[in-house]
Design a binder for this molecule. Structure first.
Ligand SMILES: Nc1ncnc2c1ncn2[C@@H]1O[C@H](COP(=O)(O)OP(=O)(O)OP(=O)(O)O)[C@@H](O)[C@H]1O
Ligand SMILES: [Mg+2]
Length: 231
């Protein structure tokens, strides 16, 4: 469904991603792990076309999207929840969601009921300005906004960063539900190991822009954690 073949990426002269290859199938639930600065966000942004790659290929549903614009990737079913959320603070919750609707291929201009069903707080606060929500609520809004386009894969970059524990639990439950009930594939960047274990079936570990290990979540053992994840 999503395949990366030997992707290399640079910021100017800095070589960040080194021959990154990975593959996600429909309904996969994968967590990308790694210490700060190893290139996790750069990889997510490369997949979404927000940064150009220098070498390699990105395939989505068998099509080569290596040079496709970000909006076209979104329309093709790739939902992205960026690190730091990036919602519009001065727009209302509803306006944030409606703005995302503009990218729908089928011309639907109504917020899908699923969004408010998954996150009732967004319905209660739909007239509230995005910037007035708590961090956790903003994260839920960012996830809701990505879901408005009815994606086939959801990419999330550290959705639990700086969020109160009860909302972390809720977000975990929503991701599991989207995966299990709707078959949505998920690629999640996460630093909280308990959350990663609870939500994902498979892990990929990066270090210095390279994939160093991957496997079933049940095989993520202490030696891997010590070597690649503890600070
Ligand atoms: N816009 C940029 N221009 C130049 N260098 C950048 C840019 N963004 C990131 N980098 C560098 O690329 C490397 C990878 O950064 P990236 O943000 O992808 O890491 P990360 O794994 O997401 O880190 P974190 O866990 O802190 O979010 C770092 O060395 C970072 O300093
Ligand atoms: Mg990051």
């Amino acid at each position: 469904m999503l395949t990366l073949n030997a992707v290399d990426q640079y910021y100017g002269g800095s070589h960040i991603l080194h021959e990154v290859s990975l593959s996600l199938g429909a309904g996969d639930m994968v967590c990308l792990l790694g210490r700060n600065g190893v290139g996790k966000t750069t990889l997510m942004r490369s997949i979404m076309g927000q940064v150009a790659i220098k070498r390699g290929q990105i395939l989505w549903q068998e099509k080569n999207i290596t040079n496709l614009a970000t909006e076209r990737r979104a329309r093709a079913g790739m939902g992205f929840v960026p690190q730091g959320r990036e919602i519009f603070p001065l727009l209302s919750v509803e306006e944030n969601l409606k703005l995302a609707l503009a990218g729908r291929r089928d011309g639907q201009r109504k917020i899908p009921p699923l969004i408010y069903e998954l996150f009732p707080v967004l319905k209660d606060m739909r007239q509230r300005r995005g910037g007035d929500l708590s961090g956790g609520q903003q994260q839920q809004l960012a996830i809701g906004r990505a879901l408005v386009l009815d994606p086939k894969i959801l990419l999330l970059d550290e959705p639990t960063e700086g969020i109160q524990p009860n909302i972390v639990v809720e977000i975990g439950q929503v991701l599991r539900r989207l995966n299990q009930e709707l078959g949505l594939a998920v690629l999640l960047v996460e630093q909280k190991l308990p959350f990663a274990r609870q939500v994902a079936d498979r892990f990929i570990i990066m270090e210095r822009g390279q994939i160093q290990a991957q496997g079933a979540m049940t095989t993520l053992d202490d030696s891997l954690i010590q070597r690649y994840l503890t600070v």
